[in-house]
Write a protein that binds this ligand. Sequence first.
Ligand code: PY5
Length: 305
Amino acid sequence: MKATEKIWFNGELVDWADAKIHVLTHTLHYGSGVFEGIRAYPTSRGPAIFRLTDHMRRLHDSASLLLMELPYSVEELVDATKETVRVNEVESCYIRPIAFLGYGEMGLNPLPCPVQLSIAVWPWGTYLGDEGIKRGVRTKISTWRRMDPNINPVAAKGTGIYINSSLAKVEALKGGYDEAILLNTNGTVSEATGENVFVVKDGVLMTPPLSAGALDGITRDTVMKIARDLGYELREQTLLRTDLYLADEAFLCGTAAEIVPIREVDDREVGDPGELTRKVQETYFSIVHGEVEKYQDWLEYPSDA
Ligand code: PY5
């Protein structure tokens, strides 16, 4: 990680090296935190944070699913993020807000523990690599199932829930693949470890519905709007693993990963990135760099404070 100068921590900007926690932090023991992943991109008006308010709303939603009361409003978190990007003087960065339960009581009841919140920003290249963005990644259907929503609230971006993603990710990497795709307990496609999944068949763009256990991805929502505006037919539809094998095109999307073509699923060739994938990818990158007037509302400028 490339360290920056300051991290916003419980309302104050502290030096990167001083943003520390106690070993008895409740969330360290039980995974009771919620977080976000956001990106800022360079534009002609300076850095712009993509859909910042939507991300902070989701942070609040995640917290409410865990009955965690955040001590800062969406607006306060938006302002804090802009301030953190400004003081660190970064042109582009990844932004990681996390709310967690601090040191207090060690029992499983999280309610008495103090809620703490930090926002770190640092330059971070595309998550699955430049080659992945260009040529596509090799994926594997994981032996790990995406958790049932009655086992863990998968709609929450909760820290503990990511054990599931990490197990699947490591399994895929050790098998020589770039990324894992998880089925849910019903056996239909849910999502990847940190990305939502789309397939194209006969010109129709499809993605599993949220009821398949996927996170309500902000990039997923962005892709759906872009695709509709480009005139493509879009369906939220239950997908089988074989729909991935037989896809004409497929891609992953998420804030860290951005839009990444899938070139292989379980050693079945999907092939080079297709036309629809390329078009959506190009449009996405133009939008986040502030080059498309129509989607300017999605950009929030730290310089506007
Ligand atoms: N599904 C999961 C399980 C995710 O973790 C993410 C984001 C997504 C989907 C896509 O959501 P969005 O489009 O709102 O980003 N993952 C984080 C990210 O910042 C962490 C990845 C390391 O992209």
